[in-house]
Design a protein. Structure first.
Length: 547
């Protein structure tokens, strides 16, 4: 049966266990070293102390005089006991050269033979040794007593080994007490650190933090929306894969300032703002993004959390939906007008004026057919032709005349697959809407559309009779929030910004200049494929000559 040792789960328990083990190992190692070292030093010190006491006794004149008496014990025993008490040694033994004791701490041992070596002392040498005598193991010193050149006695002084061990154990006890104090201080410090750490980690322990980190990393890579976290200095602290893709940044961007990422000015301004942003639409070179920002605060500004959603396709579909809605409204208006004309024809017939009814109906049909023929003759590409017819009806409802220039020539099949109809609707539809807005209310409200191919490019021009565009705002007019009805940035326009994005995506150019007779003229040039350019080159050249 295996016994499982419980492991502390909390960070504080782990720190305390680590400190306890570390202190225990250090104390044990130091105690062993101290015991061996101090014991050896204590034995050496005891030997020196015993030797000093023994030599002092051997050199004492009173000891020599007592040895020469008939009963040395009578004078030497009290003297030896007094010396033991004063010098803190465990025994003082004075003996004759044969080793017979004259003194001993135990009076019963007087007259017995000394237990230990005396041969070196009999040769006149003083020495120390560790020997087990009547009092147990002891460190003792033996030295001769001289009377002139003769050795008349021997003196031995010693300290029991047990007493030496008691001294060492006292030092170890103090060491263990210091270790216990350090352990208590470590426990208190661990508790304080753990309490502070749990405040900063909202009560989560190390395992929970590790698990949260794993979930955090998995979520970052799984979420397709962009997530960007900025620190208090607006540096990138974290960005997921979706954020890098949507912003079009690569490489190590963590740690770099937002201003260094090369993002469009309005988007950079939104990210650097200290105020929260909710569902703001921003454009990059290739995408339409919805940006939300939320400052992170905890007594002080700690950073910003930014979420990014890609609505490029959605915006394109909304543009198509707006066009379809415009077509529907145009058809509704035409149906209303057709109903009015039909009522007029019926009324003329009821009044017996059949010839006038036929003339009226014929004139209306010829007018509608002439408009359709004009548009289809100039632009036979079906999507653009339908767009122009619908926009013509919309413009008429708003009191603006929309005409297709005689210079236009765009046959069906000229546009390559790389230039989808959706993008053409975005480009031309927004340009026409912008021109109608600008021309509405002018003295001669008119919008002129020109479309042809020239030199391997598709050329689209839209001119209006509005107030025109200030040359100082030639670049600002294409930014999000600018409209042709406003003299500076800060509007809510998005159409021209979408136009520039679509043109940029296909490698084309977009420019604005003053139109002949006043107003503004926007020109788009989109590159075509080699074969398409050759096929439409003749018509394009002719158109270019007329333009």
């Amino acid at each position: 049966m295996r016994i499982r040792v419980p492991r502390p789960r909390s960070l504080a328990g782990q720190l305390f266990a680590m400190q306890a083990v570390l202190i225990a190992v250090l104390v044990a190692g130091y105690a062993l070293f101290t015991y061996v070292s101090d014991r050896s030093q204590a034995e050496d010190a005891a030997g020196r102390q015993a030797m000093a006491v023994a030599r002092s006794i051997a050199d004492s004149p009173s000891v020599g005089e007592a040895i020469r008496t008939s009963d040395p014990t009578a004078a030497l025993q009290p003297y030896a006991l007094r010396v033991m008490r004063d010098t803190d040694v465990d025994f003082v033994t004075i003996m004759n050269p044969r080793g017979i004791r004259w003194t001993h701490p135990d009076p019963n041992q007087i007259g017995g033979r000394f237990l230990g070596h005396i041969e070196p002392a009999l040769r006149g040498q003083s020495f120390t040794e560790t020997y087990t005598g009547t009092l147990g193991p002891s460190v003792r010193a033996v030295t001769p007593v001289h009377d002139g050149s003769r050795i008349v006695g021997l003196v031995s002084a010693g300290i029991r080994v047990e007493a030496i061990s008691e001294r060492v154990r006292g030092q170890l006890t103090a060491l263990i007490g210091a270790a216990g104090g350090a352990l208590v201080l470590g426990a208190v410090g661990t508790y304080v650190v753990n309490a502070r750490l749990r405040r900063h980690t909202h009560g989560m322990n190390a395992a929970e933090l590790s698990r949260m980190h794993d979930y955090h990393q998995a979520a970052l890579h799984a979420v397709r929306e962009g997530l960007l976290m900025l620190d208090g200095q607006y540096r990138v602290a974290l960005i997921n894969d979706g954020g890098q893709e949507l912003l079009g940044v690569t490489g190590g961007v963590v740690g770099r300032s937002v201003a260094e990422l090369g993002l469009p000015g309005p988007l950079t301004g939104a990210l650097l703002s200290s105020e929260p942003r909710v569902d703001e639409v921003h454009l990059t070179a290739d995408r339409v993004l919805v940006v939300n920002t939320s400052p992170v605060s905890g007594g002080e500004r700690r950073g910003t959390v930014v979420t990014l959603r890609d609505v490029t396709e959605l915006q394109s579909l909304m543009g198509e939906l707006d066009s379809e809605r415009g077509f529907t409204q145009a058809l509704r208006s035409q149906a209303h007008e057709a109903a009015n004309r039909l009522h007029t024809v019926v009324s003329l017939i009821e009044l017996g004026r059949a010839e006038e009814a036929v003339d009226f109906a014929t004139a209306e049909l010829e007018l509608a057919q002439a408009l359709t023929d004009q548009v289809v003759a100039a632009v036979s590409e079906p999507v653009l032709a339908a767009l122009l017819l619908g926009k013509t009806a919309q413009a008429n409802e708003r009191g603006v005349e929309l005409v297709v220039s005689e210079d236009s020539r765009l046959d069906d099949g000229l546009l390559p697959p790389s230039l989808p109809a959706r993008d053409l609707v975005t480009i031309l539809g927004n340009l026409i809407d912008n021109a109608v807005d600008a021309a509405q209310g002018s003295v001669r409200a008119r919008v002129t559309v020109t479309a042809y191919t020239e030199g391997g490019e598709l050329v689209l021009r839209v001119a209006d009779t509005g107030e025109g565009v200030d040359p100082a705002h030639a670049e600002l007019v294409f930014q999000r929030g600018f409209t042709t009805k406003q003299a500076g940035p800060g509007g809510r326009g998005l159409g021209l910004a979408l136009v520039r994005q679509a043109v940029h995506r296909h490698g084309g150019t977009l420019s604005v200049a003053g139109a002949v007779g006043g107003g503004a003229e926007f020109e788009v040039r989109l590159p075509l494929a080699e074969g398409v350019a050759a096929a439409g080159g003749a018509g394009g050249t002719a158109a270019g000559g007329r333009a």
